[in-house]
Design a protein around this ligand. Structure first.
Ligand code: AMP
Ligand code: ZN
Length: 317
């Protein structure tokens, strides 16, 4: 694919390429930065990209961060990078109970964390919520992805706060953010654009700040970093429910433009972010049932519970 980090078979770049930083043979070409890097200089570039991202949005670069890890390449890479920047971290994985996909994901988290001596927790969704995801989707008659998103978001937050961390990181990267920005602009989703920022400070005592430290780095760069760092993400076919999300189309459209005009993704996102500040949100309140932060009177998790109970009382209704 035409993109930023182009590596040849086995990660070797075209012969004769020299590292822009140290003049050693280069492995990785980054057209969007007009640079070529050998592996050690690319690692520095990547870590610098993460540190710069934290600074750019005003997040303190020494604050401890919990990392929401799915077992995929993005969240493992962000965990690795933060811990190498000497930030105190704790990996947090929600085991969703979706058969082989979930088993492979949890194994990837453990296989990454154990040999590196990194602190982590794996929490089972049906233990925390009391019901497995498939049952929640069936009883609420809602799409599995939307139920999963609500539960994951809420429990990642509450487990982060319980563990004594004030901030949680996710593996969202430049392609995710540029694609999302494009989608929100095209669809005129002003309510999402208001809160579109890679750092959302906490606005409630029971809420952790949310940070996306990889927003300056794209998926090609993340793949190259994983190769160099010998990070082995979960293999397999990915989540059985994630197929067909429209967000992929916007990312593909961005990638097309990037191939024609290297640097477009970064310019598009960074220029937009420059005019913004970390958003506050006065409308946050406290869930009347459970005390978690919420917009309305009841949080999404409590509303799911109520919907399950109602539908279970009237199975055909
Ligand atoms: P996704 O929405 O699946 O693309 O995931 C976006 C981000 O959410 C990932 O990069 C992770 O940081 C986090 N995440 C996704 N799934 C899980 C999970 N099961 N447990 C913890 N964090 C997750
Ligand atoms: Zn609640």
């Amino acid at each position: 694919m035409k993109g930023s980090a182009i590596t040849g078979p086995g990660g070797k770049g075209p012969s004769g390429m020299k590292c822009t930083a140290c003049k050693a043979p280069a492995e990785i070409r980054l057209p969007s930065h007009n640079s070529k890097f050998c592996d050690p200089c690319f690692e520095k570039f990547f870590l610098n990209g993460v540190a710069k991202g934290l600074k750019m949005v005003g997040f303190p670069t020494d604050a401890p961060i919990a990392v929401a890890v799915s077992g995929g390449k993005d969240s493992l890479a962000v965990w690795d990078a933060l811990s190498r920047l000497e930030i105190k971290t704790m990996g947090l994985h929600i085991y969703l109970g979706l058969g082989e996909f979930s088993d492979i994901s949890a194994a990837a988290v453990e296989n990454f964390a154990r040999p590196r001596g990194l602190e982590y927790r794996i929490e089972k969704l049906d233990n925390i919520f009391g019901h497995p995801l498939t049952e929640v989707a069936r009883a609420t008659r809602l799409p599995t992805c939307s139920v999963c998103g609500t539960l994951k978001r809420s429990f990642i937050n509450s487990l982060t706060v319980q563990a004594g961390f004030k901030a949680v990181a996710t593996g969202h990267h430049l392609d995710d953010e540029a694609g999302r920005l494009m989608g929100n602009l095209i669809r005129h989703k002003d309510q999402y654009l208001d809160k579109f920022y890679p750092y959302l400070p906490s606005v409630h005592p029971a809420q952790a700040a949310r940070i996306k430290p990889l927003f300056r780095l794209d998926q090609h760069e993340i793949r190259a970093y994983c190769r160099i760092r010998e990070i082995e993400p979960a293999g397999g076919d990915g989540c059985p429910f994630s197929k067909g999300a429209t967000s992929h189309y916007f990312q593909e459209a961005m990638e097309f433009l990037e191939g024609k005009m290297p640097g477009t993704k970064r310019d598009f996102l960074f220029t937009y972010l420059k005019s913004k500040e970390p958003p506050g949100d006065e409308s946050f309140g406290t869930c009347l049932s459970c005390g978690q932060p919420t917009y309305g009177e009841k949080c999404g998790v409590c509303r799911l519970r109520e919907r399950m109970e109602k539908n279970n009382r009237t199975p055909d209704g």
